[in-house]
Ligand binder design. Structure first.
Ligand SMILES: [Cu+2]
Length: 156
């Protein structure tokens, strides 16, 4: 009898934890629009992933990391102008301000996908997992497509 009660208590506790988790990390705080990856030649050493990240909450949120399988690693990058040059700088996080959005696009903020095992073809989808500092993580489906070539970025 005691054993049964303790299992029941465990189940109830788990339910409570699950529900608490759902409210404190409300998925609606962050919404991702238009995730895409710029198509690249089969021997490309890196690929760029782009999207709009909307923060619908009252507080600033940081994107801490991006992950996927089939790549050596994913890095958070920002292309900056320095002394007339365009340079990609690795970032520790991407800031998404309260009630604002961060646009990841060629020549600006982007996720750099380093050393693909196999470069995806145009029309393919790649799953990318994003982790934020509010505990939220979300997996998105990014379509591989042609992007406008920003010549300056290409010269890097
Ligand atoms: Cu980059």
């Amino acid at each position: 009898m005691n054993k049964m009660i303790s299992s029941l208590t465990l189940v109830l506790s788990l339910l409570v934890i699950t529900q608490a988790g759902a409210t404190s990390h409300d998925a609606a705080d962050i919404t991702i629009h238009n995730p895409w990856i710029r198509s690249a030649p089969p021997n490309a050493p890196t690929l760029g992933a782009f999207m709009e990240i909307h923060n619908n909450s009252n507080h600033n949120i940081k994107l801490l990391s991006a992950n996927t399988s089939g790549y050596k690693r994913l890095e958070l990058h920002k292309t900056e102008h320095k002394n007339g040059m365009m340079k990609m700088i690795k970032q520790d996080f991407m800031p998404i301000l309260a009630h604002s959005k961060l646009t990841l696009k060629p020549g600006s903020w982007h996720i750099m996908m380093v050393s693909p095992e196999l470069v995806p073809s145009e029309g393919d989808f790649v799953m990318i997992k994003l982790a934020f500092d509010n505990g939220l993580s979300t997996t998105l489906r990014a379509k591989v497509r042609k992007g406008n070539m920003t010549m300056k970025h290409q010269q890097l």
